[in-house]
Ligand binder design. Structure first.
Ligand SMILES: NC(=O)c1ccc[n+]([C@@H]2O[C@H](COP(=O)([O-])OP(=O)(O)OC[C@H]3O[C@@H](n4cnc5c(N)ncnc54)[C@H](O)[C@@H]3O)[C@@H](O)[C@H]2O)c1
Length: 249
């Protein structure tokens, strides 16, 4: 039980096949009370109910600052504390540089980067008052390689922004016992890429992955769990690669 009695808020965690829900399940199994935050259409209450009665689903769009604040308030009303935040909500778009419209830029930067800032701002006052907490931000190998497999340059930029934001928050809040780390998944089988990679292209991708398979949501969930837990209590500001060796650097 790595997270006994901890309260963990995970954004974008309602999709049953996603990294967020796999992380929610892992954290619940380790004793956390989990708050699934997601858009209304993703039905976060339903996802939380799948985890069991001890857990909570909250509707919030992470691009909306007031909604993030209201979500944190709902968590406090139910549990009275917030120990862990996983900034997992994200969207991607396959675009070439010259095809990125202003609307595309806003959509991708807003969910991935602005959402990470707004949710962190929503929980940090509580973590400061508690003199401790752990934030894990889900970036991407795309931030490191300059393009992953599917996401456009604006996605790489947003996810690179997440790494900078996380490191800066780690530096700012370490003195208050709050750790902030990032995870950079490689190619993981979820709805974000389902059916989008033809077989011949997948063969080429696998040749570039020393562990010779694409990742599963649980591969990421285990690493997020580690960073959120006291096993990592002297770890802050790091970027943990979870990519099967796709990028060894
Ligand atoms: N799957 C991969 O290969 C991969 C690789 C690297 C990084 N990532 C990142 O991992 C995270 C999870 O992605 P996934 O693969 O599980 O995809 P997913 O599409 O299954 O999950 C994304 C979740 O974010 C939610 N979401 C979208 N916009 C939101 C908003 N404005 N407010 C709140 N929630 C919102 C969605 O409803 C969904 O539940 C994302 O940040 C993604 O960029 C995924």
């Amino acid at each position: 039980m790595l997270l006994k009695d901890k309260v963990a808020v995970i954004t974008g965690a309602a999709g049953p096949n996603g990294l967020g829900f796999a992380t929610a399940r892992a954290m619940a199994e380790h004793g956390a009370r989990v708050v699934v935050v997601d858009l209304a259409r993703a039905e976060p209450q339903r996802a939380a109910a799948h985890l069991g009665e001890a857990h909570l689903g909250v509707v919030a769009d992470v691009t909306d600052k007031a909604a993030c604040q209201a979500a944190a308030q709902a968590v406090l009303e139910r549990y009275g504390r917030i120990d862990i935040l996983v900034n997992n909500a994200g969207i991607t778009q396959p675009r070439k540089t010259l095809d990125i419209s202003p609307e595309d830029y806003d959509a991708v930067l807003d969910v991935n980067l602005r959402g990470t800032l707004y949710m962190s701002q929503a929980v940090l006052p509580t973590m400061r008052a508690q003199r401790g907490g752990a934030i894990v931000c889900i970036s991407s190998v795309s931030a490191q390689r300059g393009g992953g497999i599917l996401g456009g340059p604006h996605y790489s930029a947003a996810k690179a922004g997440v790494l900078g934001l996380a490191r800066a928050m780690a530096r700012e809040y370490g003195i208050e016992g709050i750790r902030v780390n990032s995870v950079t998944p490689g190619l993981i089988a979820t709805d974000i890429n389902k059916g989008l990679i033809p077989d011949d292209r997948m063969k080429g991708i696998l040749e570039q992955i020393p562990l010779n398979r694409i990742g599963e949501p649980n591969d990421v969930a285990g690493c997020v769990l580690f960073l959120a837990s006291d096993l990592a209590k002297y770890v802050t500001g790091v970027t943990l690669d979870v990519n099967g060796g796709m990028l060894i650097h």
